[in-house]
Design a protein around this ligand. Structure first.
Ligand SMILES: [Zn+2]
Ligand SMILES: [Zn+2]
Length: 546
C-alpha cells in the first residue's frame, strides 16, 4: 500500500503545480510578455477560452454572485495590478443642475478583463485654448451609481465659472497610467450668476474624425481609419469620399454579401492612412502599448478586402463561436424538399470543384433573410435578454402582419443561378409577386412606428436606430435590398482568386433556375452563425401564420 499512496500524492502534487503555473501565467501582467508576441497571444487565447467556460457557468445567479465576489477580492488584494491599459471613455453627456452646475456622465470602455480597474480624471478649460490651461480633478466616486445608472456609466458634478464657455473632457487612469482623452468633449456655455439659459453641446476633440458609416467618433490610433477603394465609382453619390470607416464598420461591411460603401459602390480594397508607423501588435489588439508608436512615418497601405471569415472557419472546424446571437426574420427556411434534393447534388459538385479554403453551406442552413433585427455579430444574449427582446420584437412583427399591405398569399420566388461575389457565393431570387418587398415595407413602417429606424441595403447607417426602449448599445435593425441565399464562404483566403471564380462559375452552370413556393416567414434566434441552427421550438419565436 505504501508505494501506491506515495504515487497518488505525487500525482496530485504535479497537478497542483501545473494548476499554479497555469493560473500564474494567466494573471501575468500583459506588459511582462512584451518580449514575445507568441507568448502574449497564447495568454490572450487562454484567457478568452477560460472566459468562455466561465461565461457558460455564469448564467446561474448563485455562481454569478460567487464569481463577482471572487473578482472583487482579487481586485482589492492585488490593488489593481491585474488591470489592463486604459482606453478612452465614451458617450460623454452633460446635464445642467443649475446655471453653473453640470452633471457630467460618461461610459467606461468595456474591458474583457474581469480584474480591470480604473478611475477617472475630469479636465476642464475656459475659452478656446489660447492662454488657458486644462484644470484637472480626480474622480474616484461614481455619482451615477447613487442615481441608479448601469455599472459602466459614471457621473460627477462640476462647478463652472459664470459667463464663460467651458470645455470638458475625461480620461481613465489606473496603475498602468492614463488612457487617451475621450474623443468627445462637452462645451458648456454658462450665463451670468443665477441666471437661467446655460447651454451644453457635444463637440469632437481636436483631430478626431467620425466614421462615415456609423457617425461614431474614431480612435486616433494608427490604422483605425480606412477608406474604401471601389471596383467602380457609384452613380448614387459621385462625390463620396468612401470613408473614413471605423474598424467595426469595416468588419460589418465585410460580413455583407455585397461589401458596399455608403455610396453603394462595390468595395474592392481598403486604404489605410496613418502618420505613425503601425505598431507590431496593432492587428492583435488596438489598445496595447507598443514600443514602436513613437516612430514617426507616413504610411499609406492598401489592404485587399479579405474573403476569409473567422466565423466560417469556426463552423468548418465544427466549433462554432458561442459569444454570438442574432434575431432574424427569415423565409424559405427550411427550403422546400425538391430544392433541398437539387441542392444536395449541386453542393457535392461545388465542394469537389472549389479550393480547400471554401466552405459550402449545408442545405439545412439555406434561407432568405427578410430583415435582420439584431446582427449575430452583436454578441451573446442571456436567456432573460432573449426573452425580453423576442417579446418586444414580437409586438412589432405582429403590427407589421396587421398592416393591410402585408401579403396573405404564398411567397413565390424564382431561384436563379448562383454567383460568386468574392467573399460569398449566393443564389439571387426574383421576388416575382413582390411578396418580400411588401413584407419589408410593412416591417419598415412597424419599426418606425415603434420609434426605430432600420438601415437599408448597403446605405448610410448613421441615422439607423433600434426601436425605443431597446437597451443602450444594441444595434439597429437592417433591411436588405436583395433577396438571396448564401451557399459558400471562405475559411481562409484562397490562393488563387481567379481560379476560384472560374471553378464556381463552371459548377453554377449546372444549376437550373427553379420557381419555388417558399416556406412561411418566421423569426428565430440565430445563436450559431449563418443560420446553422436546428429547426426547433427553442429557436423559432415568431411565425407569420399565427
Ligand atoms: Zn463605424
Ligand atoms: Zn463611397
Amino acid at each position: 500500500m505504501e508505494p501506491l499512496r506515495a504515487d497518488s500524492s505525487g500525482f496530485s502534487v504535479s497537478w497542483l503545480s501545473l494548476g499554479v503555473v497555469l493560473v500564474t501565467f494567466l494573471l501575468l501582467p500583459e506588459q511582462l510578455l512584451g518580449f514575445s508576441e507568441e507568448l502574449w497571444k497564447l495568454q490572450q487565447k487562454l484567457r478568452r477560452e477560460l472566459g468562455q467556460v466561465v461565461r457558460s457557468f455564469s448564467g446561474n445567479p448563485i455562481i454569478r454572485a460567487i464569481l463577482d465576489a471572487a473578482y472583487w477580492i482579487l481586485r482589492k488584494a492585488s490593488r489593481g495590478r491585474f488591470a489592463s491599459p486604459c482606453s478612452p471613455p465614451h458617450s460623454l453627456r452633460g446635464r445642467l443642475g443649475g446655471p453653473q452646475e453640470v452633471l457630467v456622465l460618461w461610459t467606461a470602455h468595456q474591458q474583457p478583463n474581469p480584474l480591470h480597474e480604473e478611475t477617472y480624471i475630469l479636465a476642464w478649460r475656459v475659452g478656446d485654448g489660447k492662454g488657458s490651461t486644462w484644470q484637472e480633478e480626480a474622480i474616484n466616486e461614481n455619482l451615477c451609481r447613487e442615481i441608479g445608472g448601469g455599472p459602466d456609466r459614471w457621473g460627477a458634478i462640476l462647478d463652472l465659472p459664470a459667463e464663460a464657455v467651458t470645455r470638458i473632457r475625461v480620461c481613465a487612469v489606473n496603475c498602468l497610467g492614463r488612457g487617451d482623452w475621450s474623443h468627445e468633449e462637452l462645451e458648456v456655455t454658462t450665463t451670468r450668476a443665477k441666471q437661467p439659459g446655460s447651454k451644453i453641446r457635444n463637440v469632437l476633440a481636436k483631430g478626431v474624425q467620425t466614421c462615415a458609416n456609423c457617425a461614431n467618433p474614431m480612435s486616433k490610433e494608427p490604422g483605425e481609419a480606412a477608406y474604401a477603394q471601389l471596383v467602380c465609382r457609384s452613380v448614387f453619390q459621385p462625390d463620396c469620399k468612401h470613408g473614413p470607416f471605423c474598424p467595426k464598420c469595416r468588419e460589418r461591411v465585410a460580413q455583407k454579401v455585397l461589401s458596399c460603401c455608403v455610396c453603394r459602390g462595390l468595395i474592392e480594397s481598403w486604404r489605410q492612412v496613418t502618420t505613425r508607423k503601425i505598431p507590431i501588435h496593432s492587428q492583435s489588439q488596438n489598445n496595447r502599448v507598443s514600443e514602436h508608436t513613437s516612430v514617426s512615418e507616413h504610411t499609406n497601405s492598401v489592404v485587399a478586402m479579405s474573403w476569409a471569415n473567422a466565423h466560417v472557419a469556426r463552423l468548418a472546424e465544427k466549433a462554432p463561436p458561442e459569444d454570438i446571437c442574432g434575431l432574424v426574420v427569415v423565409c424559405s427556411w427550411p427550403m422546400p424538399q425538391p430544392v433541398l434534393e437539387q441542392y444536395e447534388l449541386f453542393r457535392e459538385k461545388l465542394a469537389a470543384a472549389m479550393p480547400k479554403e471554401a466552405y459550402v453551406y449545408p442545405g439545412t442552413t439555406l434561407h432568405c433573410t427578410i430583415c435582420t433585427l439584431r446582427a449575430f455579430t452583436s454578441g451573446r444574449m442571456e436567456s432573460s435578454e432573449k426573452q425580453r427582446s423576442s417579446e418586444s420584437w414580437s409586438k412589432i412583427l405582429d403590427a407589421a402582419r396587421r398592416d393591410p399591405g402585408w401579403p396573405t398569399g404564398p411567397v413565390a420566388l424564382k431561384m436563379g443561378r448562383p454567383t460568386l461575389e468574392g467573399s460569398a457565393g449566393i443564389f439571387r431570387y426574383e421576388d416575382t409577386a413582390g411578396t418580400i418587398a411588401a413584407m419589408r415595407k410593412a416591417l419598415r413602417a412597424a419599426i418606425i412606428a415603434a420609434g426605430g429606424e432600420p438601415a437599408e441595403g448597403g446605405g448610410d447607417r448613421s441615422k439607423a436606430k433600434p426601436p425605443s426602449g431597446t437597451p443602450e448599445g444594441e444595434p439597429a435593425p437592417h433591411i436588405p435590398d436583395i433577396v438571396h441565399s448564401t451557399v459558400l464562404r471562405w475559411t481562409a483566403e484562397p490562393a488563387d482568386r481567379a481560379a476560384a471564380q472560374e471553378a464556381f462559375a463552371q459548377v453554377a452552370e449546372s444549376w437550373e433556375p427553379v420557381e419555388i413556393i417558399a416556406t412561411a416567414p418566421r423569426a428565430v434566434f440565430e445563436d450559431i452563425p449563418y443560420m446553422h441552427i436546428p429547426d426547433d421550438a427553442e429557436h423559432t419565436w415568431w411565425r407569420s401564420s399565427a
